[in-house]
Design a protein around this ligand. Structure first.
Ligand code: PLP
Length: 416
């Protein structure tokens, strides 16, 4: 007999994964509460641009404080349709847009709407962990496609072709990519479309970092002739406009699918917060200089970080082409990724993620974010909280500080 108070979870909960970044953040905050200095290499340290904040405040005063339509306010759907038409060079209409609280729900809803038990879903590994989590949650078969360092973490189109079969229901793409910073080229995208051919397979194209590209251009599979009807585009405001806490993103997909995704919104959230949606219009239509400033600064930090990491014995790191992460190979340290990530946090006060937080093929790597200021985070790791912008004489000093930060915390144990 079970006790009346025993928790009897649904079986599917055992299949649900997580995003370790949130757990590491909790652990890092707990260490800080005990007085430790922690280097946070996490989400953007930029503030949301002022014009967007003002638009939200104004919207609150104007009464955008009520429920709105589940698929989003018509004026924002219209703005997004225009933005996507221009940036992806396709004809997107407001009926094809669903506004949701963050980019993540589009992953959740797409998989819930399309994927059944026994279906196969191909997804990048290492990759954003929510893909695998959701595929497993719905009882489908998660089919990883390995992203390899020697290919600059772009997927191998030939290998993709070999993984596609008649049970493949969905292929997930992510470019620029979390955690590797890999960016798919136009040739890759065309190759992927050819590998899919005329099969009835849907593609979830996660383009949340589309505006954070350091080299080359962003290419979307949605732009490829004949792919739009089979494509769900995921994009949002979190990364581009430093709006992670606002919770606003969107999906663009054929209108008949959009109505089902909107039904999931009705069942789960009712709608995305109305005043944030008005601010979203300002984000897309207002000045874009802050996006360029942020991207240029991330690129600068990437260069500092990669140069620093490459000087650490046992580390080697490629220059990522987009997003705001660096993904060094640490196999030559002899440490397993998870153990090294834990040691970095516990002993050196540096919050890094193990590559394995992004899937089995992440073993041998760590992920650092360059979205947080190197100057201040490294200074604090060294116990030199007073180092100000003016005192720091440039990138070379920052790289040196980075190595010292690691070595100082870990002593001879890791980097003798
Ligand atoms: C690849 C990728 N997709 C989606 C998301 C989710 O974005 P949001 O915070 O808007 O839900 C993230 C966030 O880290 C991400 O890295």
């Amino acid at each position: 007999m079970t006790k009346a108070s025993e928790l009897r979870l649904a079986k599917r909960m055992a299949r649900l994964g997580t995003e370790t970044a949130f757990e590491v953040l909790v652990k890092a905050r707990a260490l800080e509460a005990k007085g430790r200095d922690i280097v946070h290499l996490g989400e953007p340290d930029f503030d949301t641009p002022g014009n967007i904040i003002e638009a939200a405040i104004d919207a609150l005063h104007k009464g955008f404080t009520h429920y709105g339509p589940s698929a989003g306010l018509p004026q924002l759907r219209e703005t997004i349709a225009q933005y996507v038409s221009e940036t992806r060079r396709v004809e997107a209409t407001p009926e094809e847009v669903v506004v949701v609280p963050g980019g993540k729900p589009i992953i959740f809803f797409t998989i819930l709407t399309l994927v059944e038990e026994g279906d196969e879903v191909i997804y990048p590994n290492p990759g954003f962990p929510i893909y695998e989590s959701m595929i497993n949650y719905v009882g489908a078969k998660a089919v990883p496609i390995q992203l390899r360092e020697e290919m600059d973490f772009r997927l191998d189109v030939g290998e993709l072709g070999g993984l596609i079969n008649n049970r493949t229901k969905l292929i997930i793409l992510n470019s620029p990519q979390n955690p590797t910073g890999g960016v798919l080229t136009k040739k890759d995208i065309d190759g992927i479309a050819s590998a899919i051919g005329d099969r009835n397979i849907m593609v979830l194209s996660d383009e949340i970092y589309s505006r954070l590209i350091f080299e080359g251009e962003h290419h979307s599979i949605m732009s490829v002739d004949g792919m739009k009807e089979r494509c769900i585009l995921l994009d949002g405001f979190s990364k581009t406009y430093a709006m992670t806490g606002w919770r606003m993103g969107y999906g663009v997909m054929r209108a008949d699918l959009a109505t089902h995704v909107a039904r999931l919104m009705t069942n789960s959230n009712s709608c995305t917060a109305s005043f944030t949606q008005i601010a979203g219009i300002e984000a897309l239509r207002g000045p874009q200089a802050s996006v360029e400033t942020m991207c240029a600064e991330f690129k600068r930090r990437r260069d500092v970080m990669v140069a620093g990491l490459n000087k650490i014995k046992g580390f080697s790191c490629r220059l990522p082409k987009g997003a705001f992460y660096v993904f060094p190979n640490i196999t030559k340290t002899g440490w397993p990724s998870k153990k090294l990530a834990d040691a970095l946090l516990d002993d050196a006060g540096v919050a890094a993620l193990s590559g394995t937080a992004f899937g089995d093929f992440g073993e041998g790597y760590l992920r650092f974010s360059v979205a947080t200021s190197t100057k201040h985070s490294i200074a604090s790791a060294l116990g030199q909280r007073k180092i100000s912008k003016g005192n720091c004489s440039g990138c070379r000093q920052e790289s040196t500080s980075l190595i010292r930060a690691f070595s100082a915390g870990l002593g001879q144990t890791i980097f003798p």
